[in-house]
Design a protein around this ligand. Sequence first.
Ligand SMILES: Nc1ncnc2c1ncn2[C@@H]1O[C@H](COP(=O)(O)OP(=O)(O)OP(=O)(O)O)[C@@H](O)[C@H]1O
Ligand SMILES: [Mg+2]
Length: 261
Amino acid sequence: MALPKIETRNVCKVYETVAGPMTAVDDFSLDVADNEFVCIVGPSGCGKSTYLRMLAGLDTHTSGTIQIRPGNDPKKPLNSVVFQEYAVFPWKTVIENVTFGLQMRGIGKEQRLETANYWLERVGLRKFANYYPYQISGGMKQRVSIIRALANDPEVLLMDEPLGALDAQTRIVLQDELLRIWEETHKTVVYITHSLDEAILLGDRVILMTAHPGRLLTTFHIDIKRPRTIETLNTPEFAELRGAIWEQLGKEVTRAMEMQA
Ligand SMILES: Nc1ncnc2c1ncn2[C@@H]1O[C@H](COP(=O)(O)OP(=O)(O)OP(=O)(O)O)[C@@H](O)[C@H]1O
Ligand SMILES: [Mg+2]
């Protein structure tokens, strides 16, 4: 069997706080296969973002091991991250934002523009290439964040509530776009969301985390056939999975709220 693309073994994260040590993530183990789309859901504060930051190398882990296996191309970045906040450079145009990572990696101008234009075209932003972020909508800015990450062609794509700040309609449009992009790229993705529907729609697997401290509660395999579209949300098999997962997630969310009360 192929080795997992991402290997997380018994990871703990303890923050030192004024009130003493605080365990945010506890004995968390998760393997993600190459080309797999894994979604993580769990109550607020259970350590999802902490885990993603550790995966991205933006935060350290206290114990355990985390590994992202490189592929055949040593020049490829191991990961790119997309956050909820529109993490675009306000002083750069749309196309400059998309080419930034490529430029940092020393990719020539012609190839940078070709890659950027491909992705801009792909998400309907070609006409806005020379606009600044303040001149475009929230949905468009988040498209820029997403294609900027994809343009880097990372080994794994890490996304933390990437559509969380968008209105409901824009969110649906971007979910549909993410589905189509994934059909094309088959990237290895770790995707955090508060929306159970989004997790089931996008993921090959949905991972539930427990309320604080975050541990792995259950894994659900989403065997709904691909390609999926927004219409998939209306199928009986979708409703059945949603019901089964919510039965467990709902309990954890309630438990988290009781702990905070
Ligand atoms: N830098 C830090 N120092 C101390 N505690 C932290 C720090 N960052 C996060 N925490 C704590 O770790 C726990 C997990 O936080 P995290 O942001 O990972 O949760 P989350 O699951 O992403 O929540 P949400 O769904 O609300 O985004 C929380 O109790 C949080 O207060
Ligand atoms: Mg978070």
